[in-house]
Design a protein around this ligand. Structure first.
Ligand SMILES: *Cc1c(COP(=O)(O)O)cnc(C)c1O
Length: 449
């Protein structure tokens, strides 16, 4: 598969280049040029195919010729060594549980695949020149919580890679802070005396300084990177292989969305021949994409805080990618994707109702997806049963990660998985810095220069 920016589709690059440079030279996002026909591979898979097998087959098809089939399979099996489950909630809604990875959120899929691919390519002796040809890199990320912990865990202990994570002091949850600061080794947590916006500004400034970037081998791991996008197609494909569970009809996928890294991966898989009836873009009140779907006008704005805070994004960086998948055509996109906005009040009600009716705890992000799915079904009241949708809602975080909100909604809390409980018992190691860019530079050069 090759990658190009939309501004310059004639100039395409290989996976390696897209992976290590993050952005195209013209500043645009990389888009896959075409998507391999997954039809034959998909036809060979059925309800008995494990996620690991499905991922290995699809990764080999997507990454050829950059990685041979053996390396692609190995990459997939090492990245996805945890279960993916499809759980029936009710007659019409299935939950695709994507939170059984090390940090208990779906961002583990993208981060672990990205880390494995980078490590593989860095140790590849045929590296040649250009991006990714150097021997050691420093991953720099700014985080408001979930992304940072997924990236930190995914890159921990990798050969030839250091990780520096910038997070705002006092603005991430206790559990998230522990997930960022207790790994040690090649993972370095920088607690910034400022806001998430300060962290993001510091990281952007560092990437803009060409000399600093070269000296440190600075590399980004944010959600626009194709190394995080590609693996997210895999679980859409896996869900579609569960033909018996789906009752033989193509499903509607509902994704709780914020920065819109997740949804375009499903849309791409659909273009590769996956049977899909449609998509729901479910957001909290930060609903610039549902507003765009309704009006054709895209107006980014400042984000507001909500209970589903990993989706508090006012200017989604992957919107361009989503629109690109529809050739830039609003009408094509609006025909395929339905937008839904879910308030905090509705989120809490949904968490409470799902617990009361089904005895299942859900986190506030998943609740946004379920509330949107239920609205979609409510609008189909007049249709005959065969014509009503079968929905697959992506369950993006473990409810124990958001125990306070779960308690508020249901009056009780889910058990904490051992991997989260363990990290709460470890002692943190942090480097404290201010919001001054020169201070960050000095620290980075001291530690990694
Ligand atoms: C990041 C995140 C989302 C939103 O995913 P996008 O790809 O940014 O749309 C949803 N739920 C959880 C738990 C997340 O961490």
């Amino acid at each position: 598969m090759r990658f190009a920016s939309r501004a310059d589709p004639a100039h395409s690059v290989a996976f390696r280049e897209a992976l290590f440079s993050g952005l195209a030279p013209d500043g645009g996002l990389y888009h896959p040029v075409g998507f391999p026909d997954l039809g034959p591979a998909f036809a060979r898979m059925d309800d008995g195919t494990s996620f690991a097998e499905c991922a290995a087959v699809v990764a080999a098809a997507i990454l050829a010729p950059d990685l041979d089939a053996r390396r692609a399979r190995q990459l997939a099996s090492q990245a996805f060594d945890f279960p993916v489950t499809l759980r029936r909630l009710d007659e019409r809604i299935l939950l695709l549980e994507l939170f059984h990875g090390p940090t208990c959120a779906f961002k583990d899929f993208g981060a672990r695949f990205l880390a494995g691919a980078m490590e593989d390519l860095l140790t590849d002796r045929d590296a040649g020149t250009g991006a990714g040809a150097r021997s050691r890199i420093l991953i720099l990320v700014a985080t408001s919580g979930d992304t940072g912990s997924a990236v930190a865990h995914a890159f921990a202990g990798r050969a030839n890679i250091d990780v520096a994570i910038l997070y705002p002091a006092g603005r991430v949850s206790d559990l998230q802070e522990k997930q960022l600061t207790t790994l040690g080794g090649n993972v370095h947590a920088f607690q910034v005396a400022g806001s998430f916006d300060d962290c993001q500004r510091l990281a952007k400034e560092a990437f803009r300084e060409a000399r600093l970037r070269d000296r440190l081998g600075l590399t980004s791991a944010n959600s626009i990177n194709v190394g995080r996008l590609l693996p997210q197609s895999l679980y859409y494909i896996f869900a579609a292989t569960r033909r018996a569970e789906l009752g033989g009809t193509p499903p509607v996928f509902g994704g709780p969305s914020g920065n819109f890294g997740n949804l375009p991966a499903g849309v791409s898989a659909g273009r590769g021949g996956l049977p899909v009836r449609g998509f729901i873009a479910a957001t909290n009140v930060n609903d610039v994409v549902p507003a765009y779907l309704a009006s054709g006008l895209f107006s980014p704005r400042a984000s507001v805080g909500t209970l589903s805070n990993a989706m508090d994004v006012g200017d989604p960086s992957n919107f361009e990618r989503l629109l690109g998948a529809f050739g830039g055509e609003w009408s094509a996109m609006a025909a395929r994707i339905e937008g839904k906005t879910v308030s905090d009040e509705k989120t809490l009600q949904t968490m409470e109702r799902v617990y009361r009716d089904h005895g299942v705890f859900i986190d506030p992000h998943t609740a946004v997806g379920i509330a949107a799915a239920q609205e979609h079904l409510a609008a189909q009241g007049g249709l005959s049963p065969e014509r009503r949708s079968q929905l697959v809602v992506l369950a993006t975080a473990h409810p124990a990660k958001f125990a306070d909100t779960v308690r508020r909604a249901t009056g009780t809390v889910p058990d904490m998985p051992e991997r989260l409980a363990r990290c709460l018992r470890l002692s943190p190691r942090v480097v404290r810095i201010g919001t001054d860019f020169q201070e960050l530079c000095r620290r980075l050069l001291d530690m990694f220069g």
